[in-house]
Design a protein around this ligand. Structure first.
Ligand code: EPS
Length: 402
């Protein structure tokens, strides 16, 4: 079983990540991880912090000559901003008085954090709950996606809406209708989305969204939005129906929901399916050139907690950023009087980044279940297991039902 942990405060010295269970002999270049880290930093509507940081991962262990060793992989991502925060965030003795933060921002982890951990300074909640931590997750997810690529599994994403602005043509319909080219590769979605400042798939849509973000900025307000993340090339049979905690869809939902500010996750047509007739919700099974396929993909590539072999389609919704420059009401914990919530440097919109982070989390979840099914100590062993299973699938089925 692969697992990972991240550590690090938003304005601490660095973020770190520790990964266990990645097999040996997976080829991975540092530049590949850094490429995805850079994608996470982009997007119109991000705050000044992204101008200070240029996230790069330093590999501390587990990789030699660009190949994994099977030992724990650890990585470090420096916070450039640390230099400006040493007095406030040092692990050493306090050198001078620090002004405590006493006014919680609604929607952030400020109040729940001080209540739970018994803090006397909201700074202690802000730091670890910040979405800065997701940089470490993208570094981790990049290793998972590199592994999946060896088996022809690709992941991509795009932003569906920001601030309630949806495109004229809903691209997701093409995903559900299965009307995309036969060799459709999910990474193509990201290639296209990455060319847009808000990671959408059409120019008109981008213009409308940017205007809405400008309006939010002018008002000192923030916005959220929704995104799709898709995986192609996933074989039939990842996950299982035997237990609640072995279902692939449940694993993916947890993974995406764990991203900061995500409030909803659905798979396939999701909530829409609840309104439809069964005949318009399920994917008819067809036989084409000896292969069992589906006419449509409304299930989003998962049935009974198991991958169907069709693209995995996940949709997520991110709430607006909690730090508002024109704040809403809060209470000063020092005076216990009503006041405006605290302002501090933040993003206005981070949905484009959220979609990139969701790619990494989806890669992680699929890699986890992929290795549960085909697991071995080296990439070579896993490739043998994979080949043996996939090459015999149809012949086995035919034989069983003769
Ligand atoms: C983030 C870094 C943070 C925020 C943002 C995400 O930097 P700072 O707090 O120093 O401006 O820009 O975090 C939030 C929006 C949040 O609510 O925590 C990053 O690296 O993604």
């Amino acid at each position: 079983m692969i697992r990972f942990l991240t550590a690090g405060e938003s304005h601490g010295k660095a973020l770190t990540a520790l990964i266990e269970g990645i097999p040996s002999n997976l080829k991975i270049e540092n530049s590949y991880i850094n490429f995805h880290l850079k994608r996470r930093q982009a997007g119109y509507g991000r705050g000044l912090r992204m101008k200070i940081e240029s996230d790069t991962a330093e590999i501390l262990s587990g990789i030699r000559f660009q190949k994994t060793l099977g030992s724990p992989i650890s990585m470090l991502i420096k916070n450039n901003d640390w230099e400006n925060w040493i007095d406030i965030m040092t692990a050493d003795k306090k050198q001078k008085p620090i002004e405590k933060i006493t006014i919680p921002r609604p929607g952030h982890a400020d109040l729940v954090g001080v209540s739970k951990y018994n803090f006397d300074d909201i700074r202690n909640s802000i730091e670890r709950s910040s979405a800065r931590e997701t940089a470490a997750r993208v570094a981790v997810g990049s290793i998972a996606r590199r592994l999946l690529e060896e088996f022809g599994i690709y992941i991509g994403s795009f932003v569906e809406s920001i601030g309630g602005i949806y495109p004229n043509e809903n691209f997701s319909i093409r995903l559900f209708d299965n009307s995309l080219p036969k060799n459709f590769n999910a990474w193509d979605l990201s290639l296209k989305a990455d060319r847009s400042d808000v990671r959408v798939l059409d120019n008109e849509h981008e213009k409308k969204i940017i205007n809405k973000i400008k309006l939010a900025k002018k008002r000192g307000d923030t916005l959220g939005g929704s995104f799709f993340v898709v995986a192609t090339g996933v074989p039939v049979g990842l996950g299982s129906f035997v237990h609640y905690d072995t279902k692939l869809d449940a694993e993916i939902a947890q993974s995406i929901m764990s991203i900061n500010a995500v409030k909803a996750v659905s798979i396939g047509t999701g909530f829409q399916a609840a309104d439809e007739f069964g005949s318009k919700s399920h994917d008819e099974i067809i036989l084409q050139k000896g292969v069992l396929l589906r006419k449509t993909n409304r299930a989003g590539g998962i049935e009974g907690g198991i991958s169907t072999g069709m693209p995995i389609i996940v949709r997520g919704a991110m709430k607006p950023i909690a730090t508002l420059m024109s704040p809403i009401q809060s209470v000063d914990l020092k005076t216990m009087h009503a006041v405006d919530a605290r302002r501090e440097r933040s993003d206005f919109v981070a949905v484009p980044a959220c979609a990139v982070i969701a790619e990494s989390m989806l890669a992680w979840s699929i890699a986890k279940y992929f290795l549960l099914k085909f697991g071995g100590d080296s990439m070579e062993e896993i490739k043998d297991n994979y080949k043996s299973y996939t090459s015999k699938l149809i012949t086995r089925l035919k034989k069983n039902f003769k």
